[in-house]
Design a protein around this ligand. Structure first.
Ligand code: FAD
Length: 425
């Protein structure tokens, strides 16, 4: 296990123990409560977008890959390939259906109007991810609590193809890219020499995300799948194979450092975005004012805690810089991110696609925030009808907090694995 979050980048020397203590004891429990609220547990997503790059082998046969849409109406009207037999069987147990209805109804009243006016102003150029068209009949609310990220059995050449495309095509990797695997995809034009710190950081963010996904599947592994029970739990062997220094020729600990790096970047974004959520006009709208207010206060508390965390990056070292350079860099990173979010539509396992899309959108939102620091700090109460210069859509907000929740959970899981590994010795 790493003790410092340093690597090739000397941008942050953070004590892992400090991050662990801060996350595990303070932030993690609050985040869990927040993410269980209706506002954050329902994520609207289009899981039926065709892969723009190659033909995808559907894994709807893999029952662990199924996603429950929590929407029996659209289920019957709009059958789609990701509803497997398992989802079908569980339809009746989709307890939150009525709550989902509440969300939908709320959207059709006051919030719908607000959202419409917001979305009119949503600036395409500011987006780091392909945002699924919320009006598309293929977009569905998914209850994230009913579809936890865990082991699905998705592996082999198809999974590698996804990871490989992400790293090879989009990551500003410190190796010369020979030719595009997917014609037309973005490539770094600047080569590696003199590559700026943000582009090197970008690779570490993706690697951190990859590590997080692999921690989750090791922590919620299918340990027993007999006819009378299904048991989920920690698979220490799986974890060691992926992260043990000896078994991975030293790569495992680097990947864990990248996870911490990702944690700090997303934490930084949460700290920066506080003024946006402090605007009196901002509400976590679900139609239940008392609850909404309580959850807004909890969200502000979490963001304030993120702001108080002492071990942030040097302000001047990442995602800032002069205006012209900064704009070019922002555009390069935005384009790379757009491609990664499109590659997510090529993930054959729908459960993995769901969490892959959510987490890339969440990270994209974090980067959008970091690149918009000045606009966010300049947010002031505007006269009615005037549009604030910085906006986040509901999808962006839900993905940002849930993506951070995933990384926070991974860090918490490392504590569990440490204890399990110690027991083995
Ligand atoms: P992989 O994890 O597939 O890695 C491929 C190669 O990448 C490795 O050989 C290694 O060289 C390199 N690599 C591995 N980790 C890192 C890292 N952190 N940084 C840099 N390089 C690395 N499976 C599930 O069970 N549940 C899920 O929810 C799930 N979600 C997924 C979401 C996405 C978007 C993708 C692409 C895959 C998902 N998978 C999921 C599959 C899972 O990530 C692995 O691909 C699968 O378990 C096979 O693992 P592997 O050991 O063969 O190596």
């Amino acid at each position: 296990f790493p003790s410092k979050v340093t690597g090739d980048l000397e941008d942050c020397a953070c004590d892992v123990e400090t991050i662990d203590g801060f996350n595990n004891d303070q932030l993690f429990p609050k985040l869990q409560t927040l993410l269980e609220s209706d506002y954050f547990r329902f994520y609207k997503v289009n899981l039926n977008k065709p892969c723009p790059f190659w033909k995808v082998q559907s894994h709807c046969g893999l029952k662990l890959c199924a996603v429950q849409p929590c929407s029996p109406v659209s289920f019957s009207l709009n059958p789609s390939p990701f509803y497997s037999a398992e989802a079908n069987d569980n339809q009746d147990t989709c307890e939150q259906e009525k709550h989902l209805g509440a969300v939908d109804v709320s959207l059709s009243n006051e919030t719908r109007e607000a959202l419409l006016s917001w979305s009119k102003h949503d600036d395409e150029a500011e987006r780091f991810c392909v945002v699924d068209d919320e009006e598309s009949p293929d977009s569905q609310y998914v209850d994230l609590l009913l579809n936890p990220e865990r082991y699905t059995g998705y592996k082999g050449p198809e999974a590698w193809q996804i990871w490989n495309s992400i790293y090879e095509e989009n990551c500003f990797k410190p190796s010369t890219i020979q030719r595009p695997l997917i014609p037309g995809l973005f490539q770094s034009s600047s080569g590696n020499e003199g590559q700026c710190v943000e582009k090197r950081a970008f690779y570490r963010l993706i690697s951190g995300l990859h590590a997080s996904i692999n921690i989750h599947l090791s922590a919620r592994y299918l340990l027993d799948d007999s006819w009378f029970q299904r048991k989920w739990g920690h698979n220490v062997t799986e974890f060691r194979q992926r992260f043990d220094s000896e078994l991975t020729a030293g790569e495992g600990p680097k990947r864990l450092r990248n996870l911490y790096f990702l944690y700090l970047i997303e934490l930084r974004a949460l700290a920066k975005v506080l003024p946006f959520f402090q605007q009196p006009s901002f509400r976590l709208y679900t139609g239940r004012p008392a609850e909404d207010q309580k959850h807004k206060e909890l969200l502000l508390d979490i963001l304030q805690q993120a702001r108080n965390f002492p071990l942030h990056f040097d302000e001047t070292s990442l995602f800032t810089g002069d205006e012209i350079e900064g704009a070019k860099l922002k555009e390069d990173i935005r384009l790379a991110f757009l491609n990664i979010s499109r590659i997510m539509d090529c993930v054959g396992c729908f459960k993995c696609r769901l969490w892959g899309k959510l987490q890339t959108q969440g990270l994209g939102t974090a980067l959008k925030i970091l690149f918009s620091e000045r606009q966010i700090e300049a947010l002031k109460p505007k006269s009615s009808g005037e549009r604030p210069s910085f906006q986040l859509s509901r999808q962006e907000i839900v993905s940002l907090l849930n993506a951070f929740g995933r990384i926070s959970t991974s860090i918490r899981e490392l504590k569990n694995f440490r204890a399990l590994l110690a027991e083995e010795r």
